[in-house]
Design a protein around this ligand. Structure first.
Ligand code: SP5
Ligand code: ZN
Length: 334
């Protein structure tokens, strides 16, 4: 199995995030990727497929903002990382506002996803890793892994949040569609609901989104991921949310995975993309499931039993010292 990664994914390193009313060290730091690199066999650098596949998913104005936000923050006399403080909750619309603080609010949904001078470079190459893994499978491999950092599944077409800027799995899914794959399924098994991925494909019937995650009644991102969110318009029924309570162990996780895999089989996709977060691990510092390192191969085996070509895209996981071990454990099940 090829593992795709570009060293520029390490450059994005925000200093801090807002948490429980104060600033704390940033949980999604480059050490996560370094730990994965240490535990996995050699990686392959992705080819550069340019911005076009990213713009198939993200709005041009948002991508422009991502590229320029930090420079404009500095030009406004600020130091450190760019982060918003006011949000257009009511009647959000694409206003053409100059002020950096207004743009930060317009293009984000939380205050824990800062933009640094290096953010664009890292997220661009992370997306290229996801594209490389996808093309590897479209070219005939049965599986490929994209070591994406920062993660992507909370990012929408025109907003960042949840440590995510470009939605890597969505870019990959759309690239597969554009390459002629008729039906694509996305299985999201990060601890948190993949609200950005869901939002991007909510009205589509060619891309199924299935997510197993902590119940948003108790956990981030709160506003999305509830079981009654099932898609809309032609996409109605092509979104499936399977929230689970805090404290979930493998015994409770496996029936949800069974339900997810049956829904995927019923959809009849030609390709399965897996948004994989290792923040379901029992020792994750910001999450509350109880999966063990030795549980992950069983999840992989159930996914592999679908017989579908697979692209695994890295999302969260914040128990840094165990992260590489957990990812290697998961990948060993394929
Ligand atoms: C991709 C992904 O897993 N994103 C998760 C985003 C969760 N953000 C909100 C949780 C706030 C916890 N902040 C704790 C910081 C400790 N240093
Ligand atoms: Zn997560």
């Amino acid at each position: 199995m090829k593992l795709f990664f570009d060293p520029r994914e390490l450059d994005h390193a925000p200093e801090q995030e807002l948490h429980n009313g104060g600033f704390v060290p940033y949980a999604e730091h480059p050490g996560r990727a370094r730990n994965m690199l240490g535990a996995l066999a050699g990686t392959v650098a992705p080819a550069d497929r340019g911005e076009a596949p990213i713009l198939r998913v993200h709005d041009a104005a948002y991508i422009d903002f991502l590229k320029n936000a930090h420079a404009r923050w500095i030009a406004a006399g600020r130091s450190g990382d760019a982060v918003g403080y006011t949000w257009p909750i009511a009647r959000r619309r694409p206003l053409d506002l100059e002020r950096i603080d207004a743009q930060l609010g317009l293009f984000s949904f939380d205050a824990s996803t800062p933009i640094t001078a290096d953010t664009w470079d890292s997220v661009y190459w992370g997306a290229q890793s996801a594209l490389a893994a996808t093309h590897e499978v479209l070219d005939g491999a049965s599986i490929a892994f994209a070591l994406c950092r920062p993660p992507g599944h909370h990012a929408g077409a025109d907003y960042l949040g949840g440590y995510c800027y470009i939605n890597n799995v969505a870019v990959a899914a759309q690239a597969a569609r554009d390459a002629g794959v008729a039906k694509v399924a996305i299985l999201d098994i990060d601890y948190h609901h993949g609200n950005g991925t869901q939002d991007i494909f909510y009205d589509r019937d060619d891309i199924l989104f299935v997510s197993i995650h902590a119940d948003p009644v108790t956990d981030y991102p709160f506003y999305w991921g509830h079981a009654d969110e099932r898609g809309e318009g032609t996409g109605e029924g092509a979104t499936l949310n399977l929230p689970l309570p805090r404290g979930t162990t493998l015994a409770e996780y496996e029936p949800a995975l069974e339900t997810a895999m049956e829904a995927i089989a019923a959809f009849g996709p030609d390709l399965l993309l897996v948004s994989f977060g290792a923040d379901t691990f029992e020792e994750d510092p910001i999450s509350q499931f109880k999966l063990k390192t030795e549980d992950y191969p069983a999840l992989a085996r159930r996914i592999a039993a679908s017989g579908l070509p697979l692209v695994v895209v890295m999302e969260g996981g914040y128990a840094t010292d165990a992260l590489g071990r957990n990812v290697a454990s998961f990948l060993s099940g394929f």
